[in-house]
Structure formats: structure tokens, C-alpha cells
Design a protein around this ligand. Structure first.
Ligand code: PRX
Length: 649
């Protein structure tokens, strides 16, 4: 029997106490949402959110697709994550930090409260940050990153975190687009036993003249020697001590922006996905309770970086809103050896472990039986996110890591969705390897044709969300037209534009949804989402490059790898084209954008109207036979020439 056909039922012991304990309970909730959508959400918003002023309308669709949720309600997300827990959880560990070198710190909710209040005062008093100001974070995985996020939320500033792997150039673009007033960074951090530097990347970004930035706040982590710009740079560790430890929170409107997070699209520059407070925090908390089933003394570990949406929602906001203990790890799960992650699960009695398929494949490859050397009996739920998981990796995760007793929640979602959308429920859903299963209660996912016709079983179609949901993207920062075009331009249902995710999906005969991957020009390398257009733009900046096309090539560990075809200008020769292009990509975007394959070709396959036929390039990258009709190409002979170049490489 192939893995795909196997079904694994929830562990009955676990299901007994699960938040959603059966498929009947799932359907009861989902049917309630179908029958009375606003009533469904109202019930949870009233139960879960600590409203400072009640809202007057659940959902305002009058200016679709610029939806508003819980209109005129007032709340504060840092209250939702911290203050309201202090009555009964002051001494509970909120953040359990483990450093790369094994140093461990337990930060209680009371301590978190003091530190966030102080940081909020520092932002106000030293930098004059007020509600609506943008604050860029370029931070390692240390607790101060979480304090900074929550401090922004407390005073109503909008944070925009830039992943520490992005280059100075990419950082500069994001700072400029958001017109950030300050940048918060660290001198560096530790990774795989070595210090790595962040502050110098900020220096390089700012040297190019970013007018909006008035100051840089620097947290000390590894005490490496750093450049210091007097007047601009401020020392967090010195300034924080004098700050009062109470900073009253701002009353924020439900729809006030909470944060921006830049992500890649199929065209143009990265887009600043804008999320607002109430809907986002509600769903972050609900999915922690439903999908991860956190309760009591659970220790929840999400291995993502806070620079990505997974880190936002499932290291900081979701776990803290749910009042749980969140494990934050500075290092990588494979250092110093293949047992690091499993040792941490054992040491901290981790109950939910959430990671990416790439990490699962790496850990599997490094030590098939490694998990068996550790006591992993605390684990209850295993999660995966970011890319399709192949059934063999899924089976290893299920059988060896989870000892065939933990549910695997294959969670499909996106930066734009704020939280999980399609996922098994650990106490309810019979799971199938590699399958994201069903839309969560309240989420209306459909697989459609562009005209809104639902796809038949077995037919791949566009994965759409046909009703707005609370934690959805509100707009693209500074570009509402692009928001409309990017997400509401591809599929229409009953005359109404619906949200199209950019992913394809397929239903099986049991109604299970399997994600088939992006159908647009976005590639997913180790769970990092990148636009081919963005990579092409970076390569085109090189004076020797005439033309370029970038495609994804399936990769056994990374999911996909980057494959670059370049045409050089007349008279240019480059013996080491791969290094040359990769250096450029590292500078313009970051090391994550380096290509596995770069080949120089005499031309690109184009239609007579000049459109590059990427499908052909994808087939060549995969080493597949070309089945497309190439007779209509401007120059059909180019295909043979590219194939022979690809073979040589
Ligand atoms: O293609 C889908 C893939 O990751 C994309 C979203 O990337 P990003 O916004 O960076 O967010 C990643 C973390 C939520 C999606 O469009 N993706 C995400 N989860 C899954 C997935 N593909 C297959 N299965 C998943 N579980």
C-alpha cells in the first residue's frame, strides 16, 4: 500500500481531552460557521479577546476586498499576550530561551511584563516613538526580539521584522518602503558555535542614506566589537535599566495595523503585508488552542525564525495570547549534532514541536535513529509548515519522532493569512501522509477554476478562500491597488472576487485537500518564499547580463532549488558565472537566494511576442523531456542549445 493511501486515526487517549475531540465536533463547528458566519466569529471574539471597548460590527464588507473586522472595538495586543495573564500566571514561564551554546533562561510572565514595559518606555522616551510609527527589527533569535515586538504593540507602533539572513540592500529597501523611524538590532548572536554579526549589515544599509531613520537601538548579545555611530546608535543594555517598569498600553482600534511583514510575490519588489490587531490575535490564539491543542503546563516549540510569519504567530503572539510557554531557540536544530533538537525536547519536556519539512528531511538524513536515543515521551503533537511534505519524511516524523502516537498537523497557511487555514486537528482528524486535510472551522477554502467552478475530485485547481477571515492581510503597505490585484484578481465566485492564495490544490475522494504547490512564479527554497522576478531583477543589475530567467528545480532536501539561465551581453565572457551570480544574489537579497545552478545560454525560449516560456525552462531544469509544442517559438533551435548546456552543467 502506498503511503498516500494510509490513514492514521487520532490517539484516543489524546482525543479525550482535546479542544476539538472528534470529526463530529469539527463539523458541528464548521456547520455553525456556514450557517451563521458572523455569529460564529462573534462567539469566539467575545470569549477570547479582552476588549477595552466592545466592537459594534463583526464584519464590514462595504469596501471589499478591504474588509474590516470587529469595527470600532478597542484592545491592546500586549495586554492580550501579557497583562491579562498576570492574575493567575505571573510565575509561569512565558518564554523559555535556549541559546546556541546551551545557556537557558526561564522568563516568567511577570518578568516578560516588566521587560516589555521598560522597552516600551525606552522607545517612547529615547526615540519619541508614537502610535503609527514604523519600527524595523533586524534581530537574532533572542528574547529581546520578542520584547521589542510586544513593546511596539503596547504603544501602537507598527513593527516590520526583516529576517537576519537578508542582505544590507534588502534591509535598506524594506526600511525605505516602510519609512521606519528606528531600527532595532543586536551586535550579533551565536549560530553553530560562532558569533555572527548583524549590526554591520544595518550600518551598511544606513550608509546608503535612509532618510527616515533617526536612530538605531543595539542589544548586546555576543559582545563582538562593532562600529558605533555617535548620536545615531543607542545602547539598549545601558538605557533599559533607567526606564520605569510601567508603561500603560495604548487603546488600539481593532483595525489599527499591528505589523508589516515583507514577502515575495510573483512580480515586482517584495510587498509589505499589513496585519491588524484584533482579528490577527484572535486567530493566533484560537489556532494555538485548536491545532496545537495547548493547555496547562505544555511547552510549545516552534523552530521558525521570528523574521518569518511562522515566528510571529507561533513563537510570540499565538503562544503568549494562549498563555502557554513558548520555547525560543537561538541556534539550529542540527548543531552541535543531529541530536540537538531531540535533546532539547527531552530537556524541556516539549509537548508540541513545529518545524519545516526541510528541517525534518535534514534531521532524518543526519540520524535515522537519532530520536530513539532520547526520551521524547512528552511529545503530543508534531507540526509541519512552509512547503509540501513528502510521504517518506512524514512517515519518519510520525513513526520515529512521534513514536506512532502523536498527531501530525500539516498546516497550510501563508504570510497573508496570519494563521493556519487548512490543517488536521490532532484529536479529531484521521490523517494521511503529505496531506493538509480540511479547512479549519470558520475557514471557507475551495478549489476552483478561475470562473468559480469547483474542481472535481482529483483535478488540481486554484486554492481559494471564499469568505474573508479575521486574520487576513488587510492591504499591502502603501499599495492598495497591488493588494487587490495580487489576491483578488484571479478567481471570481458568484460575481465576487475571492482570495486566491497562489497555490494549487486537489481534493481526494474523501474530501481531503492536498496542496500541490505554487502555481505562480514564486519558488519555495527550504520553506523560504522567493519571487523569481525578484531574483531576476537582482541578476539583471549586473552590467554583463543581457537576459535572465529563473525557475525552481525540485530538490530532495530543500524542496526546491534556484536554477538561473543567463544570457551574457556581446563580448562578455565569464568563466565562473555561478560564483559571480551568487555573489550578486548574496549582496542584493541574501545568502538564501543563492542558486544551485547557474548556466550561461545563448538565448531564452520565447514566443513570437517575446514572452519567455518558463515551462520549457522548468522542464529542462528537471531533466524532463520537452512535451510542449516548440514550433511556435521565435527560435525553436534554442531549446536544443539550452538542453545541451544544461547537460554539460
Ligand atoms: O506554497 C505555500 C507554502 O508556503 C507558501 C507561503 O509562504 P509564506 O508566506 O512564507 O509562509 C510560510 C509559513 C506559513 C504557501 O503559499 N506552504 C505553506 N504551508 C504549506 C505550504 N505548502 C504545502 N503544505 C503546507 N503545509
Amino acid at each position: 500500500m502506498s503511503h498516500k493511501k494510509q490513514i492514521f486515526n487520532p490517539n484516543p487517549e489524546f482525543a479525550k481531552n482535546a479542544a476539538i475531540p472528534s470529526m463530529d465536533a469539527y463539523w458541528e463547528l464548521q456547520n455553525r460557521a456556514i450557517e451563521d458566519y458572523e455569529g460564529f466569529w462573534k462567539g469566539f471574539a467575545d470569549e477570547k479577546i479582552d476588549w477595552l471597548t466592545p466592537y459594534d460590527k463583526v464584519l464590514d464588507e462595504s469596501n471589499a476586498p478591504f474588509y474590516k473586522w470587529f469595527t470600532n472595538g478597542k484592545l491592546n495586543v500586549s495586554n492580550q499576550c501579557i497583562d491579562r495573564h498576570l492574575a493567575d500566571k505571573a510565575d509561569k514561564t512565558a518564554i523559555l530561551f535556549e541559546g546556541d551554546r546551551g545557556d537557558v533562561e526561564h522568563i516568567t510572565y511577570a518578568q516578560l511584563s516588566r521587560r516589555v514595559n521598560k522597552m516600551a518606555n525606552l522607545l517612547k522616551n529615547e526615540f519619541g516613538i508614537i502610535k503609527g510609527d514604523r519600527v524595523v527589527l533586524y534581530m537574532p533569535m533572542i528574547p529581546e526580539a520578542a520584547y521589542a515586538m510586544l513593546a511596539c504593540a503596547r504603544i501602537g507602533a507598527i513593527h516590520s521584522i526583516v529576517f537576519g539572513g537578508f542582505s544590507a540592500e534588502a534591509l535598506k529597501d524594506r526600511i525605505e518602503d516602510a519609512k521606519a523611524k528606528i531600527v532595532i538590532t543586536a551586535d550579533g548572536a551565536y549560530r553553530k558555535g560562532k558569533p555572527y554579526m548583524l549590526k554591520q549589515v544595518v550600518d551598511t544599509a544606513l550608509e546608503q542614506g535612509v532618510g527616515s531613520v533617526e536612530g538605531v537601538l543595539v542589544v548586546k548579545r555576543n559582545n563582538e566589537e562593532i562600529n558605533w555611530v555617535d548620536g545615531r546608535d543607542h545602547n539598549y543594555n545601558e538605557l533599559i535599566t533607567a526606564q520605569p517598569d510601567v508603561c500603560p498600553f495604548e487603546e488600539m482600534d481593532s483595525e489599527d495595523p499591528l505589523f508589516l511583514l515583507y514577502t515575495s510575490g510573483s512580480t515586482g519588489k517584495p510587498k509589505g503585508v499589513q496585519h491588524s490587531g484584533a482579528g490577527y490575535i484572535l486567530w493566533a490564539q484560537m489556532t494555538m488552542e485548536w491545532v496545537f491543542d495547548v493547555k496547562g503546563e505544555d511547552v510549545f516549540w516552534c523552530t521558525a525564525d521570528i523574521g518569518w510569519i511562522t515566528g510571529h504567530t507561533y513563537i510570540v503572539y499565538g503562544p503568549l495570547a494562549a498563555g502557554t510557554t513558548t520555547l525560543m531557540f537561538e541556534g539550529v536544530p542540527t548543531y552541535p549534532d543531529a541530536g540537538r533538537a531531540w535533546k532539547m525536547v527531552q530537556d524541556h519536556k516539549v509537548t508540541q514541536f513545529y518545524t519545516a519539512p526541510t528541517a525534518i528531511r535534514v534531521l532524518h538524513k543526519m540520524g535515522e535513529d537519532e530520536p530513539k536515543k532520547y526520551d521524547l515521551s512528552s511529545l503530543k503533537v508534531l507540526g509541519t509548515v512552509g512547503e509540501p511534505i513528502d510521504p517518506p519524511a512524514w512517515m519518519w516524523y510520525y513513526e520515529v519522532v512521534g513514536n506512532s502516537k502523536c498527531a501530525i498537523v500539516d498546516t497550510w497557511w501563508q504570510t497573508e493569512t496570519g494563521g493556519h487555514m487548512i490543517s488536521p486537528l490532532p484529536g479529531a482528524t484521521p490523517i494521511k501522509p503529505g496531506c493538509a486535510t480540511f479547512a479549519l472551522p470558520g475557514i471557507m477554502a475551495e478549489i476552483l477554476d478561475p470562473d468559480g467552478t469547483p474542481k472535481e475530485v482529483g483535478e488540481t485547481g486554484l486554492l481559494c478562500i471564499t469568505k474573508p477571515w479575521p486574520s487576513m492581510i488587510r492591504t499591502i503597505w502603501g499599495d492598495p491597488e497591488r493588494y487587490k490585484k495580487s489576491y483578488f484578481g484571479d478567481a471570481v465566485k458568484e460575481g465576487k472576487a475571492v482570495y486566491f492564495s497562489g497555490d494549487g490544490a486537489v481534493l481526494d475522494e474523501d474530501g481531503y485537500i492536498t496542496i500541490t504547490g505554487r502555481v505562480d512564479d514564486v519558488i519555495n527554497v527550504s520553506g523560504h518564499r522567493m519571487g523569481t522576478a525578484e531574483i531576476e531583477a537582482a541578476v539583471k543589475d549586473d552590467p554583463s547580463v543581457a537576459e535572465v530567467a529563473v525557475v525552481g528545480k525540485p530538490h530532495p532536501i530543500k524542496g526546491e532549488s534556484i536554477f538561473v539561465y543567463v544570457v551574457l551581453k556581446e563580448g562578455h565572457i565569464n568563466a565562473d558565472i555561478k560564483n559571480h551570480i551568487n555573489q550578486l544574489l548574496a549582496e542584493e537579497i541574501g545568502n538564501i537566494a543563492k542558486a544551485d545552478h547557474v548556466i550561461e545560454v545563448p538565448g531564452l525560449p520565447k514566443t513570437r511576442s517575446g514572452k519567455i516560456m518558463r515551462r520549457i525552462l522548468r522542464s529542462i531544469a528537471k531533466g524532463e523531456a520537452i512535451t510542449q509544442d516548440i514550433s511556435t517559438l521565435e527560435d525553436p533551435s534554442i531549446v536544443e542549445a539550452i538542453i545541451s548546456k544544461a547537460r554539460e552543467a
